[in-house]
Design a binder for this molecule. Structure first.
Ligand SMILES: *Cc1c(COP(=O)(O)O)cnc(C)c1O
Length: 439
């Protein structure tokens, strides 16, 4: 059975079981998120298999795509590393059990303290700019050891279909802009003066970047590495190629696959596969998007100006990107009946709205779906990366519970709490306190 088919069956089983086991109780938790534990194992295995076995590759999952500690721990168990971009993500990676040797620190705005900690612990470090390089120089002069350190280049190869997700435009904020006058020579001189700079980092962007554009950026990093090595043989130990494999949100099938990415990279940057360079990857969305979904009860239905509207509990707080930029981030919405079985109601054009108090809080507009009724379930698939795992606090909606699920042979579904529903007490506790001096 094709993987995407098996994944869909697991999702259907999980929705039905979640209803049967009271996890989508309309009084207590009308919205919840679900993580496909077997799916994670499967995706990790596909990723590892897509890259040639003889290469030294660390697949450092981009924690921002899903920083839930149990999710990170599962990815570690299945052989991945972790890419982090803030002290919070670093702490989450450590809490998940990643050793420093499997952690990579990026971020364009690392503080002095973050840099010192990374060097002290032997965490791989990608320096963003010349000023940061000077800071690292001072730490090295003070005795710090730069074990796995490189500079992020901006290959300026162009932007994809979502500008906010494109990191290799001419004026993008990340990395050293390689086509700007003088920068290439300046960076070559910087590497020549610092034998401890042994890596080159590039990340062309996230979603909306064609594979060929991604590969052109990687090829530029490889070219730069060869220039460094021409001046001092063997200086560059490896290339960190970043992430950015897009996900097709219009259906269940993986397109492109990790193997497709490797094939395009082989064409554009064959030297990456020579065995002389180590490789780090930083895939995020492509690892987790498919392995999570959101489910919500329909609280009410109505019509407005002739438009059918289903009011649900899944909106901007769990799907900020889709709500605020629906053209760039369309998600499918699947209709299930009140028992959690695929809906067989007649198709109708509807808006599927969230609970937030602004009119644009819509998961889908004018979408043809089985006619939704109160108590039905809507499922938003492909939300395992960048959605429920990084909720938005608008309207003080509590963070929904996240359940990992496993489907056993006899179709018995077991749920595990990965993140408990945030209680109203916890929500109030994070809302500040009037200090004594102001009372
Ligand atoms: C966001 C990000 C990634 C992951 O991107 P995906 O599109 O989720 O694969 C990798 N590396 C860096 C530096 C990033 O900022």
């Amino acid at each position: 059975m094709p993987d995407h088919h098996a994944r869909r069956i697991r999702r259907d089983r999980a929705v039905h079981a979640a209803v049967a086991q009271g996890l989508l109780d309309s009084r207590r938790t009308p919205v919840a998120a679900f993580v496909d534990v077997a799916g994670i194992a499967r995706t990790a295995a596909e990723l590892l298999a897509a890259w040639p076995r003889e290469l030294d590759v660390l697949h450092a999952f981009a924690a921002k795509a899903n920083p839930l500690v149990p999710v990170l721990a599962l990815l570690l168990r299945h052989g991945l590393g972790c890419e982090v971009s803030s002290p919070g993500e670093l702490a989450q990676a450590r809490a998940a059990g990643f050793p420093a040797s499997r952690i990579v620190l990026d971020s364009p705005a690392k503080t002095q303290a973050e840099l010192a900690e990374a060097l002290r612990d032997g965490i791989a470090l990608n320096i963003d700019n010349f000023e940061e390089l000077e800071r690292v120089d001072r730490l090295v002069a003070d005795g710090a050891v730069a074990l796995r350190t490189g500079v992020r280049i901006n290959p300026q190869v162009g932007i994809g279909s979502i500008e906010a997700m494109s990191t290799a435009g001419r004026t993008t904020k990340f990395g050293v802009a390689m086509a700007d006058p003088g920068n290439r020579e300046r960076l070559l001189a910087a590497y020549a003066a610092r034998p401890w700079l042994r890596w080159v980092h590039v990340h062309v962007g996230s979603q909306g970047i064609p594979l060929e554009l991604n590969a052109a950026g990687v090829a530029e990093a490889v070219r730069f590495a060869q220039e460094v090595n021409a001046r001092r043989e063997g200086q560059i130990e490896g290339i960190d190629i970043g992430g950015g494999l897009p996900v097709d949100f219009s259906g269940d099938e993986d397109n492109p696959t990790f193997a497709d990415h490797v094939a395009v990279l082989r064409d554009a940057a064959p030297e990456l596969f020579s065995g002389e360079l180590k490789v780090v990857t930083e895939y995020g969305r492509s690892v987790m998007a498919r392995n999570g979904f959101i489910a919500s009860r329909v609280e009410y239905t109505k019509t407005s100006g002739g438009r059918a509207i289903a009011l649900t509990h899944a909106g901007a707080q769990v799907a900020a990107r889709t709500v605020f930029a629906p053209k760039s981030w369309p998600l499918r919405v699947l209709a299930y009946d009140r028992h959690g079985l695929a809906s067989t109601a007649e198709l109708e054009v509807q808006d599927v709205a969230g609970p937030c108090c602004f009119a644009g809080d819509l998961m889908a507009r004018e979408r043809k779906l089985p006619k939704l009724a109160t108590e039905d379930i809507v499922v938003v698939p492909d939300t395992g990366a960048y959605y429920f795992s990084s909720p938005f606090q608008y309207n003080s909606l509590p963070m929904p519970p996240v359940y990992g699920f496993e489907v056993s042979e006899g179709d018995v579904v077991r749920f595990h709490v990965l993140r408990a529903a945030e209680s109203i007490e916890e929500l109030v506790a994070r809302s500040g306190v009037l200090p004594a001096g102001l009372r």
